[in-house]
Design a protein around this ligand. Sequence first.
Ligand SMILES: C[S@@+](CC[C@H](N)C(=O)[O-])C[C@H]1O[C@@H](n2cnc3c(N)ncnc32)[C@H](O)[C@@H]1O
Length: 283
Amino acid sequence: MAVIEETFVASDRPGESSGEEKLSRFNTSIPHPARVYDVWLGGKDNFAADRAAAEAGLKAFPSTVKSVRANRAFLARTVEYLVEEAGIRQFLDIGTGLPSANNTHEVAQAIAPESRIAYVDNDPIVLAHAEALLRSTDSGATDYIDADLREPGKILQEASRTLDFSRPVAVMLIAVLHFVPDEADPYGIAETLMAAVPPGSHLVVSHTAKDIFPEEMAAFARAMNKDSAEKVTLRDREQVSGFFNGLDLIEPGVVQVPRWRPRSELEASAPAALWGGMARKPA
Ligand SMILES: C[S@@+](CC[C@H](N)C(=O)[O-])C[C@H]1O[C@@H](n2cnc3c(N)ncnc32)[C@H](O)[C@@H]1O
């Protein structure tokens, strides 16, 4: 804990909340989504409460690890598509998670080193590890914004440090919208973000499913929501498709994440309980 406290104070930047405020948000006794996800991905940045929640999730839905790996693979394939096929060079990645293999900037800059990425997460431990996300190529740029998806105005304002909103941007909402309950208007938030970017911009969403392995997923959501700081709302395919209203869906539409342009049949067959899709903002 002492090491973490030092990191927070050291990571303060002018104009941001004080180290003391950040510490008050940092509670290791309740599970946090970024750290629980880190357990499933085999990471080390988690605590006993996160490991207990991860175990409970696995008990409810035994394919959880395969499912989260399939989600990471979806993230990498969508970024590759955006850079190679859609010519995108700017990314707004909200709900980034702890640094892992194949982070958005690594995938994008490996193909187009000039790519610019603004990362956003509301978890103080992700902030503490943001340095790893800030190792950009010289010709590109990365930035980290400590903010909540429910504050899209703040996100857009701070992202303008790194991104040029007169040019297309890929808005990445990967495995994060299920932490926004209906009463916080997740559809309105997605609309606000897409209203701020020009035609040719893209929206990418993956979202924990209500109607894939429905019984296991209902038990999974109950297990996750028992003590967690952020509650999960499962949504079905039609509800996830609603995030793309007014946009042009890219083939194959909203599908189980491993079925979105898989590289092999093996990859396509992963038992993932997330819907995923991508759409382009029309002129
Ligand atoms: C399941 S992880 C997904 C990480 C990464 N996008 C991926 O798919 O591999 C969800 C992340 O979203 C973050 N998160 C949850 N609710 C959020 C919110 N309201 N605003 C910003 N970030 C949020 C969590 O802290 C966590 O890092």
